[in-house]
Design a protein around this ligand. Structure first.
Ligand SMILES: [Zn+2]
Length: 409
């Protein structure tokens, strides 16, 4: 297939934004970008902006649509342990139904890839291919025994480790052994989420949590630190030195009033790869990763009290960072990369003569209805045609979830 005469192509590669070019897609990949390309079915795109599909780097499936049974303030004062408790007890039927809803919701919001953690990660791939969203999933790990169990099952994709929970319950020797057992492609570590979790580590081990990970040799290229709002300058240096990455969930920092913030400019200016996640609906605001990018701009500026993040930086967190965070060739429009694209209908509000230009207009003003179609692995999904059906399907599942929760013991 050839996307013909695309009005704009925001490549997120060194080629920047191109105008009036064709994109040839062969199989699941981008084969060629240029003018007057030939071969295959042609799709006119002279009224479209093409942009890489977004990555949501951090979602907890089991607690997106759940009845917490406690008030919001009780939940927040006990976080992250309150979240862990709910996830440990997650029921399979509720979790999988929740996952179906969040996959459909993500697609409507231009999210072509998700890093998703759930107790029932083995059942997710089938749901993901049904929803046509790319998913990297893995189990949530709270203890050494769970890791041993997961390790013996040969999990290759990813783990989501709750470091604060492990710190409470383990010795340094056990922790070291714990991480040596991990053979997955990526290890996402919840660490330094709140002041309380940092102080717990300092009290028990006389070290800050990320400092401790470094000393144990546990910061590696496949380590992705998650949340990490309480981080020292020497820990940032350790993250850089070990080529580890960071995932940032700005809504969560504010909603849970963590009082800290991951200093994104200090990380990215040192070359650290940073992604953006929405987390769960109990801890975050929505599953809308472009909305989260807008929140990121505001949160970083307010936290630093300065102009430390711009829309183009926020867009990088959900596109060009994707390759390092997932190990997949995604997040850029480039020859050889997977054809995961958004076809956005050009509307006058995006005009580069308005505001601060095309990319700021997209980051600040994109709405779901502007996404005309989505391509995932070369397969085109015309959202303009299916949007209402997907919304109906989400509503039906949410009604079913509510019924199940009402009848829960
Ligand atoms: Zn999380």
């Amino acid at each position: 297939m050839i996307l013909k005469q695309c009005k704009y192509v925001i490549t997120q590669s060194t080629r920047g934004t191109l105008t009036n070019v064709d994109i040839r897609v062969e199989g699941n990949k981008i084969a060629e970008i240029g003018r007057e390309l030939k071969g295959g079915e042609a799709l006119p795109c002279n009224d479209k902006i093409i942009i890489p599909g977004f990555l949501n780097s951090h979602v907890h499936a089991d607690t997106c649509f759940v009845n917490s049974g406690i008030t919001e303030s009780e939940f927040i004062s006990e976080y992250p342990y309150s979240l862990i408790e709910l996830e440990r007890n997650a029921r399979k039927d509720l979790s999988l139904l929740s996952a179906e809803v969040l996959l459909e919701e993500s697609l409507l919001r231009g999210c072509t890839s998700l890093i998703l953690f759930t107790k029932y990660h083995r059942d997710i791939q089938e749901l993901a291919s049904k929803a046509r969203v790319r998913v990297i999933s893995g189990p949530l790990i709270y203890s050494i025994n769970e890791l041993r169990r997961a390790s013996s099952q040969g999990i290759e994709n990813a783990y989501c480790v709750y470091f604060s929970k492990l710190l409470c319950e383990s010795t340094l020797v056990e922790l070291k052994e714990f991480f040596q057992d991990i053979k997955a492609n990526r290890v996402y570590i919840h660490v330094s989420e709140t002041r309380k979790t940092v102080f717990e580590a300092k009290k028990k081990f006389k070290r800050f949590p990320i400092e401790l990970l470094d000393e144990l040799g546990l910061l590696t290229e496949k380590t992705v630190l998650t949340h990490s709002g309480w981080v020292t300058s020497w820990e940032i240096e350790a993250i850089r030195r070990n080529k580890s990455s960071v995932v940032y969930c700005p809504s969560v920092e504010m909603k849970l009033a963590t009082g800290g913030f991951p200093p994104i400019k200090d990380l990215t200016s040192k070359g650290v790869c940073v992604g953006l996640g929405t987390d769960s609906l109990l801890t975050g605001l929505s599953l809308d990763v472009i909305e989260e990018a807008r929140v990121a701009v505001l949160h970083q500026r307010e936290s630093y009290k300065g102009l430390t993040m711009f829309p183009k930086d926020a867009l990088n967190l959900i596109t060009s960072s994707a390759e390092k965070l997932t190990g997949l060739k995604i997040g850029k429009i480039k020859e050889g990369y997977l054809a995961d694209l958004l076809l956005i209908k050009f509307s006058p509000k995006f005009h580069e003569a308005l505001g601060h230009g095309l990319i700021p207009n997209i980051v600040y003003r994109l709405e779901h209805n502007d996404i005309d179609s989505i391509m995932v692995g070369g397969e085109l999904i015309e959202l303009s045609e299916y949007r209402n059906a997907i919304r109906d399907s989400i509503d039906a599942k949410l009604n079913k979830l509510s019924d199940l929760l009402l009848n829960e013991e």
